[in-house]
Design a binder for this molecule. Structure first.
Ligand code: GTP
Ligand code: SPV
Ligand code: MN
Length: 646
């Protein structure tokens, strides 16, 4: 028997028959394993269940990768991938911080592409409501399964030649929680693997709990190669012309081609947790929503609140808020997605299916979001932010956070200074950072049964007309409120200009099925419990005639949360108005805050609201038509009448 005298990650060192010997640990190098004749260069094939293996084999035949890498989720794997990405020029280290990296994308690949995102069902009406004749539907895009198959074959055949196919087993939600779901993502992007490792729980922890009966969502992703074969920007391959993001709810399948960015490529996020998630939620009787989850403690009493705001409208900021009022504490459960269901006692419970924050960088500063600033300067991948000559990052909003003498390189790699006409960071530049690093992460953020939700907020960017806060009169009104949500367009998707867009439930880009059916599903929640959460609509973004925000926002938003808590305690602090309940005079705590024009902030203008309700009604009629639940039509008519008497 050899006597082992030492070992490290790669070798064991032994004395055998009086001689020194060194043995490579073969278990670390399973190059002798193959799948469909392709070498597995990392990871253990045997951890894959039969069903997973069959899925991977099928996609190997299609994509024809050179090698297979089965992700184990270890630190060692991660540092190897980061090295590789550095060699490829995809990321550069940020020596000012600990284990932080900057990725610059191809400038043509910087945001989600809604126009190229489709849900594939046999019947079109399962995916989108039938718009009025002559009207273009804007509540999602539909494709038939046959068409989907054709498009997939055209793009994916041989798309991973000369590339590695990474197999990422991942869990949305704490591993093993009854509310969690498992996915398998196949991708040819190491950047995606490194990001998925932050945003979800990946690797062996997940394969360990899988057996042959375990269901999983199938997620296929390739950054693609343009038809002419020319990869313009080898450090960020992509194929913007042919980008396509497809979802097949019937088989729990996602197929994404052509983009390496965010919601297009980190398939656990919008594709799985929202689009496929909402279809599973519909079948199983729960809710998959574009919502942050926060805990707020006042006088020792803690409540949890979920809030749906459209992309780049303040979820991350609210979820990590530092209250300005003394005696309040906010803790963060999640900043983007909530999976919620009523438990056997009729209590709504929520989990954050994610494991990290993929947050908007511009605007994040010690003044606006100090908690995020304490979270993101270790183990973080920044994408499309600007870089400083001392090895740090920079973006709009960080003016007071950098030394005056540093030089700045913009997100495109060009020298930048304060007089430059273009922004230093792309407006949709992001940080991708582990949630557990957040100093105010909630102690229950990984609780398998979820946290109890007492209130739901909707909100958006409304420069005119919409008050700081109003409360829904009842559940039907609440569902109507969510359905009527509108907001100014932002840089998170490819829309141009500052138009006010309808964004029902902040979910318009993320519905996995017909919005009319979604509304009915929400209405049906009334039958599941006698303990419905109270629902509110907030607007931090109303502007005065000088074009400036009327409300300071950020940490001061705790004053609005405070009013919500009073309402949850059934305090008589609300006045009825046609659009809902608003704070009674002096019931919103403004102590220590000067210069707030409360009358402008809460002014209800009859002309504005008449236009608003007309726009909402037109939208429902044109876009949802016969799929609109009668209860919502009635709410709409009721509100219209009340506004007439305003
Ligand atoms: P997604 O990750 O795209 O879903 O966005 P999000 O909803 O998490 O938005 P986020 O919190 O990242 O905020 C986006 C932008 O809105 C940032 O530039 C913030 O500075 C700004 N913002 C957030 N909260 C407030 C607020 O209370 N008032 C004002 N004026 N701006 C805010
Ligand atoms: C959003 O756009 O709502 C995001 C960013 O959270 S992405 O993941 O790209 O969808
Ligand atoms: Mn989002």
């Amino acid at each position: 028997m050899p006597e082992i005298i030492q070992e490290d990650n790669d070798y064991t060192y032994a004395i055998e028959a009086g001689r020194y010997s060194k043995h490579l640990k073969l278990s670390n190098y399973p190059v002798f394993h193959h799948l469909r004749g392709i070498s597995v260069i990392h990871g253990d094939l045997n951890v894959l269940t039969e069903k997973v293996r069959a899925y991977v084999e099928d996609k190997i035949d299609l994509c024809q990768p050179d090698t297979i890498h089965i992700c184990d989720g270890t630190d060692r794997e991660n540092s190897n991938l980061l090295n590789l990405l550095q060699k490829q020029g995809t990321i550069v280290p940020l020596p000012k911080y600990q284990n932080c990296w900057l990725a610059r994308t191809n400038p043509a690949d910087t945001a989600r592409v809604e126009s190229k995102t489709f849900i594939c069902t046999e019947k079109k009406s399962d995916t989108i409501p039938t718009p009025e004749e002559g009207v273009k539907g804007s509540l999602g895009n539909w494709m038939s399964p046959e068409h989907m198959d054709k498009e997939v074959i055209a793009r994916f055949t041989g798309c991973m030649k000369k590339r590695t196919m990474y197999v990422i087993p991942f869990s949305m939600g704490p591993v093993g929680s009854p509310l969690s779901k498992i996915g398998i993502q196949l991708t040819d992007s190491a950047y995606v693997v490194a990001s998925m490792r932050i945003m979800t729980r990946i690797g062996q922890a997940v394969t360990n709990i899988m057996d042959d009966t375990t269901e999983f969502v199938k997620c296929l992703h390739s950054v693609g190669t343009p038809l002419n074969g020319v990869v313009e920007n080898p450090s960020w391959p992509c194929d913007p012309e042919r980008t396509l993001i497809l979802h097949k709810p019937q088989t729990n399948e996602i197929v994404s081609y052509g983009s390496g960015y965010g919601g297009n490529s980190l398939l656990g996020k919008k594709c799985f947790a929202l689009r496929i998630g909402s279809t599973i939620a519909k079948r199983e009787g729960w809710l998959a929503e574009h919502m942050l989850i926060l805990g707020i403690t006042k006088n020792g009493k803690k409540r949890y609140i979920a809030a749906a705001f459209p992309s780049a409208c303040g979820k991350t900021n609210l979820a990590m808020m530092t209250p300005t009022l003394p005696g309040y504490k906010v803790e963060c459960v999640g900043d983007d997605i909530a999976w919620m269901r009523f438990d056997e006692n009729g209590q709504l419970r929520a989990i954050n299916p994610e494991n990290g924050f993929f947050g908007v960088a511009p605007g994040t500063s010690n003044a606006s979001n100090p908690i995020a600033m304490k979270t993101i300067f270790k183990n973080t991948i920044f994408t499309n932010v600007a870089q400083t000559s001392d090895g740090g990052v920079y973006w709009e909003g960080m003016e007071n956070e950098i030394n005056d003498n540093v030089e700045i390189t913009d997100w495109l790699g060009k020298p930048w200074n304060k007089n430059s006409k273009t922004p230093a960071a792309h407006p949709n530049s992001r940080f991708c950072t582990p949630a557990k690093q957040c100093p105010i992460i909630d102690p229950l953020w990984e609780s398998p049964e979820g946290v109890p939700i007492s209130a739901i907020l909707f909100g958006g960017r409304r420069p005119v007309g919409v008050p700081l806060i109003h409360e829904a009169k009842n559940w039907r009104h609440a569902v109507f409120m969510g359905a009527s949500l509108r907001s100014e367009a932002t840089a998170a998707a490819e829309h141009k200009g500052k138009i006010i867009m309808h964004d029902p439930f902040a979910m318009r880009p993320f519905f996995g099925y017909n919005f009319g059916h979604y509304l009915q599903h929400w209405l049906n929640m009334e039958k599941r419990t006698t303990n419905l959460p109270k629902v509110f609509l907030v607007n931090w973004f109303r502007k005065g005639s000088d074009g400036k925000f009327l409300w300071p926002g950020f940490g001061e938003n705790c004053r609005v949360l405070d009013w919500i808590l009073k309402r949850l305690d059934n305090e008589d602090c609300a006045d009825n108005t046609p659009i809902g309940l608003i704070p009674k005079k002096d019931s919103l705590n403004l102590e220590g805050l000067n210069g707030i024009d409360m009358s402008e902030l809460f002014k209800l203008d009859a002309e504005f609201w008449e236009q608003e309700i007309n726009a909402i009604q037109k939208y429902f009629e044109e876009q949802v038509g016969k799929d609109l639940p009668p209860a919502i039509r009635e709410e709409c008519d009721k509100l219209k009448n009340e506004i007439k008497n305003m």
